[in-house]
Write a protein that binds this ligand. Structure first.
Ligand SMILES: CC(C)(COP(=O)(O)OP(=O)(O)OC[C@H]1O[C@@H](n2cnc3c(N)ncnc32)[C@H](O)[C@@H]1OP(=O)(O)O)[C@@H](O)C(=O)NCCC(=O)NCCS
Length: 174
């Protein structure tokens, strides 16, 4: 990592709706083709929406929001989620690193933090959906050990595009 500050990844401790909203809007503006939601959609959401999102990932919630900081600056974030159909499966959502800080290991540190989150309680694998045309994101996940499950779906906000599922087996603990 370049610069004077050390990279730190932490679970968002409090249901901070302002930070959750700010980070989501930054991600949607910075990487508009990576996510199903658009910045315009997100801007119309009421405070209650952000409070519910923040509450679902903090305190005693099983999900987590992981935030990467360089000093005081947040440079990336992602969600670590329990799969809605299989509680043994963890999911990554909303993975984003500020474009000014890419290729310095921030994304890798976020994935490592999600892997630590999968240890308590232990999950069998981590899965995520990534746009098929997002070759950089797919290369990033492949570098972290994820492989395609070959399950594809239309991109929720643009049926001319597709998303593909990738998976990391966790049965061999690291
Ligand atoms: C994908 C993303 C999270 C990667 O974050 P990052 O901090 O730049 O990634 P890292 O620096 O930790 O990269 C780790 C490894 O992944 C691979 N990788 C990362 N970015 C890559 C790219 N653009 N092209 C090819 N490989 C890449 C490399 O092997 C890299 O190791 P190296 O730099 O030593 O070669 C970031 O590019 C991003 O936020 N993109 C926009 C949002 C997005 O697409 N999110 C995913 C939605 S599913």
């Amino acid at each position: 990592m370049t610069g004077p500050h050390t990279l730190a990844v932490e679970r968002l401790p409090l249901a901070d709706l302002r930070l959750v909203r700010t980070l989501r809007l930054r991600a949607l503006r910075d990487a508009p083709s990576a996510f199903a939601e658009t910045e315009a959609d997100a801007l119309t959401q009421p405070d209650d929406y952000w409070l519910r999102l923040a509450t679902s990932m903090t305190g005693s919630a099983p999900n987590a929001m992981l935030v990467a900081r360089l000093g005081e600056d947040v440079v990336g974030s992602c969600y670590a989620l329990v799969d809605g159909n299989d509680p043994d499966v963890g999911r990554i959502g909303g993975m984003w690193v500020d474009s000014k800080h890419r290729r310095h290991g921030v994304g890798r540190a976020l994935v490592d933090a999600v892997r630590r989150w999968t240890e308590r309680p232990p999950r069998t694998c981590l899965r995520l959906w990534v746009p098929v045309d997002a070759s950089e994101a797919r290369a990033f996940y492949a570098a972290a050990g994820f492989v395609s499950t070959n399950r594809e779906r239309p991109f929720p906000s643009d049926p001319t595009r597709s998303i593909v599922e990738m998976e990391l087996s966790l049965t061999t603990r690291w």
